[in-house]
Design a protein around this ligand. Structure first.
Ligand code: Q46
Ligand code: ZN
Ligand code: ZN
Length: 313
């Protein structure tokens, strides 16, 4: 297989695009495509200050690398969850983020959950009803809250995350199976800030396959954590990803067209878009202000994060 641009040996063949590229042209193509998606979905402009949520994994570090190459002013934020899993998961991933930032002279903000809240995620989950079986719901809530807070406090215009197409399609698939209209209305490459306590969120990698991200990180020599979080095992998302991979291998491009057709259908009004205005969530639900942290909440009174922290205290 030869590179379409230079006829050298191709390192990747993207069947859904009928495009094979070499080790020089593939990363260039990824960077150009990202810029195209940033413009197409009106994610942000060169004047915006960006904050990239990095986990130490290939997607978020590659996103930071791409934005850096494109010349955007992007700082990173790492949430230290205090998860060990027998191999120092959090410690290792933090070290990789720090190394990445140092190599490129970028600013990394680290938020330490045990220091902030008093307990690492697994203990926090055990101390609340929410984490009875798995710490993931407590972890997700904590990450969302802290990322949003760091972005607001630092006066960043946008919070960027490294969700790739496989992530987005697995979520879409799950929400479609359950016809979870509220979540479907919210799923988008851009989530505008609908409340003074919320920051704008964007997903510039949402159209790249996981294998493209892995190839990019490898070619760019990005040192990332290969191990998954120990709590990810057996998750529904991983199960859906397996099913979708099977579909993709029989029908190349199936994931991408499922996702793009969903975005188009939404644009055409498949789900009545009721909550475009500030003060309302994507599903049109009113947003209140948490009296403790000033964040947005769908119920009057403390937000879910502050309630959890109260409970732990
Ligand atoms: S939610 Fe669950 Fe992840 Fe948190 S506890 Fe690990 S697997 S890191 S994306
Ligand atoms: Zn080439
Ligand atoms: Zn709150």
């Amino acid at each position: 297989m030869q590179c379409r641009k230079c006829n050298q040996k191709a390192v990747i063949n993207m069947r859904q695009h009928k495009l094979a590229l070499c080790a020089l042209h593939f990363p260039q193509w990824m960077v150009e495509q990202t810029q195209r998606f940033i413009e197409k979905y009106r994610m942000f402009t060169a004047n915006d200050r960006l904050l990239v949520a990095v986990s130490g994994g290939k997607d978020s570090l590659s996103l930071w690398d791409i934005l850096w190459q494109l010349g955007y002013a992007a700082d990173g934020v790492y949430i230290a969850l205090g998860i060990d899993g027998g191999f120092g998961y959090s410690q290792k991933s933090q070290a990789l983020c720090e190394k990445f930032a140092e190599q490129r002279g970028l600013r990394l903000i680290v938020v330490d959950v045990p220091q902030e809240i008093g307990l690492p995620i697994p203990d926090l989950a055990a101390a609340t009803q929410r984490g009875k079986n798995k710490p993931c719901s407590v972890c997700g809530l904590t990450k969302r809250h802290l990322l949003n807070r760091v972005a607001l406090e630092g006066k960043y215009d946008v919070l960027a995350t490294g969700h790739n197409l496989d992530d987005e399609v697995a979520v879409l698939f799950g929400n479609t199976l359950n016809w979870n209209v509220g979540y479907l209305q919210r799923q988008s490459p851009v989530l505008p800030a609908r409340h003074a306590g919320l920051v704008r969120k964007v997903k510039p990698l949402c159209r790249f396959y996981e294998r493209e991200m892995a190839a990019y990180a490898l070619i760019r020599g990005i040192d990332y954590i290969y191990e998954e979080c120990p709590h990810a095992e057996g998750s529904t998302t991983i199960y859906y990803k397996g099913l979708l991979n099977q579909l993709e291998s029989d029908r190349p491009g199936a994931k991408l067209s499922f996702y793009l057709a969903f975005l188009q259908a939404k644009q055409k009004g498949l789900f009545a878009q009721s909550g475009e205005e500030e003060g309302f969530g994507a599903a049109g639900e009113p947003l209140y202000t948490c009296p403790s942290c000033g964040g947005a909440t769908t119920v009057e009174g403390l937000c879910a994060f502050c309630r959890m922290v109260e409970k732990v205290k």
